[in-house]
Design a protein around this ligand. Structure first.
Ligand code: SIN
Length: 298
């Protein structure tokens, strides 16, 4: 059965049908999936039955694995490090609210998470993320994706000119579901770096906005009030409801997304219900600013 592509919303996301990703894939199927991913930024595969090794094998079709993120320990507890078993292996990261012996088994905060680009606070952010649903709550815990191509395309020329050539400070503390307050938390305590506000996608050559409410802090060269005001103006474009796809998870769903042209957020869910997702990433390269000489006229 051929791989088929079914858009999920006007600007972002497509469902891929006709493929069992637990099995080795033919080269033409990998190529079709890769093209759909470039075209739609986020891909959904439903009803998949994947153990950790099968998920990792699927991910490896698209590049080198990204580093395994483990919790650092500013607090008194250490995450339970799941290493082996059908649900885990040494490259898998769990995204979960589950505690074992009072300790988290996964990374990232529980409940709602604001819009963000995975690891944009790293000089070499992961290129892609692959999240597989094992257990989901009865309501909430949805993942919303927003097209950063479309957000850029909608910017008025005057706003484009105000951000052209600028960079933004990206920083994140994985224990917090809100943006950290840099007046209370010295930068030396959290991973951070400056990134271009608009990036050029390495494969499609399209421009995409690269700021988000959770991790973007200060626009270089502006004072705090100006920077906050400009970020809010940009968020009105990056979070516009009509450029989003919201995924309501079922066990067996796998989503793969491109961290350069999409941003994502998670809705809240009941704290007393279990949510267990398994994540792998594909390593990335330093991002390219959009305003290189070759394309300055665009
Ligand atoms: C993530 O931001 O990588 C996790 C998203 C989710 O848990 O829905």
């Amino acid at each position: 059965m051929p791989v088929t592509v079914h858009p999920l919303s006007p600007h972002i996301g497509a469902e891929i049908r006709g493929v069992d990703i637990s099995q080795p894939l033919a080269a033409e199927d990998v190529a079709a999936i890769r093209q759909a991913w470039l075209d739609h930024c986020v891909l959904l595969f439903r009803d998949q039955s994947l153990d950790a090794n099968q998920q990792r094998a699927f991910v490896r079709n698209f590049g080198e694995l990204g580093g395994r993120k483990v919790r650092v320990e500013p607090q008194n507890y250490k995450a339970v490090e799941k290493q082996e078993g059908p649900d885990y292996n040494a490259d898998a990261m769990l995204v979960s609210n589950i505690r074992e012996g009072g300790k988290p088994i996964g990374v990232l905060p529980d409940g709602e998470m604001w819009f963000h680009h995975d690891m944009c606070y790293s000089p070499q952010p992961n290129r892609a993320s692959f999240l597989y649903a094992i257990e989901v709550p009865s309501r909430g815990g949805d993942t919303m994706f927003s097209s950063m191509y479309e957000a850029y395309a909608r910017l008025p020329q005057a706003l484009r000119e105000r951000i052209e050539g600028r960079t933004v400070l990206q920083a994140f503390d994985e224990y917090q579901d809100r943006r950290i307050d840099l007046r209370e938390r010295p930068l030396s305590q959290v991973p951070h770096c400056f990134q271009p506000i608009v990036v050029r996608h390495p494969e499609t050559a399209r421009r995409a906005i690269y700021v988000n409410r959770l991790m973007s802090h200060r626009i270089e060269g502006l004072d705090e009030a100006e920077s906050e005001a400009l970020l809010e103006e940009l968020f009105a474009y990056t979070e516009a409801p009509d450029i989003r796809y919201t995924h309501v998870w079922s066990p067996g769903d796998l989503l793969m997304w491109d961290n350069l042209c999409s941003t994502h957020a998670r809705t809240d869910f009941p704290a007393d219900e279990r949510r267990l997702m398994r994540r792998y990433t594909i390593a990335g390269a330093p991002v390219t600013p959009a305003w290189d000489a070759q394309t300055a006229a665009e």
